[in-house]
Design a protein around this ligand. Structure first.
Ligand code: F6P
Length: 323
């Protein structure tokens, strides 16, 4: 392999997600296998600017494959978001003899990696790390599968009390711009309805349905809301106002970002980490790595922007048919 790269830097950036540690482990051990050095950069891009960089060896990543969060910590850096910040970061990387950078993060982190490469020529590669599953070029992002399972565990428990006390429950899950988690957990939990940013929602139709259901004796309901589409508390209050039925709400929040990564997330991260190092070894830079139809997929970082899931209407239709 024609390779000019001797030392790789790795960082995690933006919102953390379960599986990021497995990605770090894979990058470190795979790179060491090919006699590359690896430097761990703390707290995302901010850690470059602050020169918070630690050498990584085989043992630095022992016993982390099953741990949530990220041992490198993560952050969103205002300073790095400017071109001046990126040029300063390039200087720090050069001073640390870091020849290339692997970034695990979402679309904002990808934009940073793409621009850094463009401005400085320092090779960068992106790995899709976000629970939102909203990146082009990959079927799944690191953390999404675990976040869905975590949300489901809670929703299944809420269903027990909803049924026992014959109540309507509104459950808010993560996803500011993306309703992917909400739609998936709604389908997997057998929820009665789901409100997501990608679709206009007919509240009157939901009230009518709940009224009709109630008249027929169906009183326990689960409604999933993506945080960016509506606030669970407001939805619950409006239901009570509109139809007079007792409604409770729960906001699952950041529990969805933590915990033991699922097998699927660990495997995805492990494959992607090695694929990122392979790209650098082969002199292929400025790319985002993903898995599409079980195959490693490589696209330009510039093209790996936010993904809109096109089949949300179809999924919604399915949910309603099965309710
Ligand atoms: O992008 C991942 C994510 O968890 C979103 O689902 C959520 O809207 C956002 O991050 C929350 O960010 P923060 O942790 O800064 O509150």
């Amino acid at each position: 392999m024609a390779n000019k790269i001797k030392k790789i830097g790795i960082l995690t950036s933006g919102g953390d997600g379960p599986g990021m540690n497995a990605a770090i482990r894979s990058v470190v051990r795979y790179a060491l296998h090919y006699d590359l050095e690896v430097a761990g950069i703390m707290r995302g891009y901010q850690g470059i600017l602050e020169d918070d960089i630690v050498p990584m060896n085989h043992r630095s990543v022992s016993n982390i494959i099953n741990k949530g969060g990220t041992i490198l910590k993560t952050a969103r850096s205002k300073e790095f978001s400017t071109d001046e910040g990126k040029l300063k970061a390039a200087e720090v990387l050069r001073r640390n003899t870091i020849d290339a950078l692997i970034v695990v993060g979402g679309d904002g982190s990808y934009r940073g990696a793409s621009r850094l490469y463009e401005l400085s020529g320092i090779p960068t590669v992106g790995l899709p790390g976000t629970i939102d599953n909203d990146l082009i070029g990959t079927d799944q992002t690191i953390g999404c599968s675990t976040a869905i399972n975590t949300a489901l565990e809670s929703i299944d428990k809420i269903r027990d009390t909803a049924q026992s006390m014959e109540r309507i429950f509104v459950v808010e899950v993560m996803g500011n711009k993306s309703g992917y988690i909400a739609m998936e957990v709604a389908l997997a939990a057998g929820a009665e309805d789901v409100i997501i940013p990608e679709r206009a929602f007919d509240y009157e139709a939901m009230y009518d349905e709940a009224r009709e259901g109630n008249a027929k004796g169906k009183i326990s309901w689960i409604i999933i809301v993506a945080e960016g589409a509506a606030k669970a508390q407001v939805v619950a209050e409006n239901i009570t106002k509109a139809i007079g039925l007792e409604t409770r709400y729960a906001v699952l929040g950041h529990v969805q970002r933590g915990g033991t990564p699922s097998g699927q997330d660990r495997i995805l991260s492990t494959r992607l980490g090695a694929a990122a190092v392979d790209l650098l070894l082969n002199g292929i830079y400025g790319k985002a790595v993903g898995v599409l139809q079980d195959k490693i997929n490589v696209i330009d970082l510039k093209d790996a922007t936010r993904r809109a899931h096109e089949d949300m209407d179809r999924r919604y239709q399915l949910l309603k048919i099965l309710t």
